[in-house]
Design a protein around this ligand. Sequence first.
Ligand SMILES: Cc1cc2nc3c(=O)[nH]c(=O)nc-3n(C[C@H](O)[C@H](O)[C@H](O)COP(=O)(O)OP(=O)(O)OC[C@H]3O[C@@H](n4cnc5c(N)ncnc54)[C@H](O)[C@@H]3O)c2cc1C
Length: 192
Amino acid sequence: MAVTVKTFANASEAAGALSADRSARYLGGGTLVMRALNEGDVSISTVVRASDQALTRIDASGPRIMLGAGVTFARILAERDLAFLHAPARSIGGPAVRNMGTIGGNLFAPSPYGDFAVALLALDATIAVQGGFGTRDVPIEEFLQARDRQAGALVLSVSCTRPASTDAFRYRKIARIKPKGGSVITLAAHLP
Ligand SMILES: Cc1cc2nc3c(=O)[nH]c(=O)nc-3n(C[C@H](O)[C@H](O)[C@H](O)COP(=O)(O)OP(=O)(O)OC[C@H]3O[C@@H](n4cnc5c(N)ncnc54)[C@H](O)[C@@H]3O)c2cc1C
């Protein structure tokens, strides 16, 4: 089946295209979307992409950090100011997956994936979402509860408060196959 690829320079236009077409799927790093397409998933007839630089922005200088949804795990690992997120970023797949995979895509990754989302949940992150209703900030807990209904909405960014000290945030992933296995359980805790 033919798949149409639509690329937009602006995140708002990409969000509009997503919300207007039930069979459209946003392409982040594509580690899951491309696998689905290659396996013949016929529910996707349009792939929406956005080259908007806002989606790959990192603001990590202050006590509140903001990561564009298109930020990859490799970029997080390259940022010294994001050291508290290195353990969850490093726990995801191998180098190829970390090079392409994004935090936006991780929010939608089905079990046993979604390790970075677990870390963001412990950090009480806020998700900025743009849909047919406009843009709004949603607490991650609410976002994850309604995740299956979020199809058609574009995640713009994620923000959270930096832990007060290195001891205040802990992350552990338990997997049968190391270092690249899917998780049996992922634990994260943020002590205020
Ligand atoms: C070999 C392999 C190993 C993996 N290992 C792990 C692992 O250890 N831990 C783990 O958590 N995950 C793992 N994954 C799953 C996946 O690679 C990651 O979860 C990654 O973060 C997905 O991001 P992506 O940008 O590639 O998503 P994509 O494939 O681009 O998208 C995934 C889903 O998210 C949606 N999406 C993406 N970005 C947005 C956005 N901005 N707004 C709205 N919807 C969006 C897409 O439409 C799609 O439905 C693995 C995958 C593979 C292939």
